[in-house]
Design a protein around this ligand. Structure first.
Ligand SMILES: [Zn+2]
Length: 115
């Protein structure tokens, strides 16, 4: 069955198999399964490499940096307070977005290789 790129991307946002959308693509945090447990789609052949971290930096950077600049220009809080707030928020955001970015990359590669 042919699946649209939009549907594959939607499934990737949920970190699910791009082919069936039922099973998670991860064994652990960023460790991909070899095959989908539901449809047996081979997942380990897709080399996502640095695309996931790159996309994560783009997404998180475009959210966090404007917020930091807005808060700095509007309220000018102490530097220690900003570091205490923004560093954990940035780390948590990156940890949340990174598996989704990797999943998006896998879905794009999967769609490009689809017959
Ligand atoms: Zn599947």
């Amino acid at each position: 069955m042919k699946i649209s790129l939009l549907l594959a991307l939607y499934r990737s946002f949920l970190k699910k198999c791009p082919s069936c959308g039922k099973e998670s693509i991860y064994i652990r945090y960023l460790k991909l399964k070899t095959n989908c447990g539901n449809c047996n789609e081979e997942l380990s052949i897709y080399r996502t490499d640095d695309f996931g971290p790159w996309l994560t930096i783009i997404i998180v950077g475009h959210i966090i940096v404007p917020l930091v600049l807005y808060i700095e220009q509007s309220y000018s809080p102490q530097l220690w307070l900003q570091a205490t707030v923004w560093i954990p928020i940035t780390i948590l955001s990156v940890l949340y977005v990174l598996p989704i970015s990797k999943s998006i990359c896998l879905a794009i590669l999967w769609k490009l290789k689809e017959k």
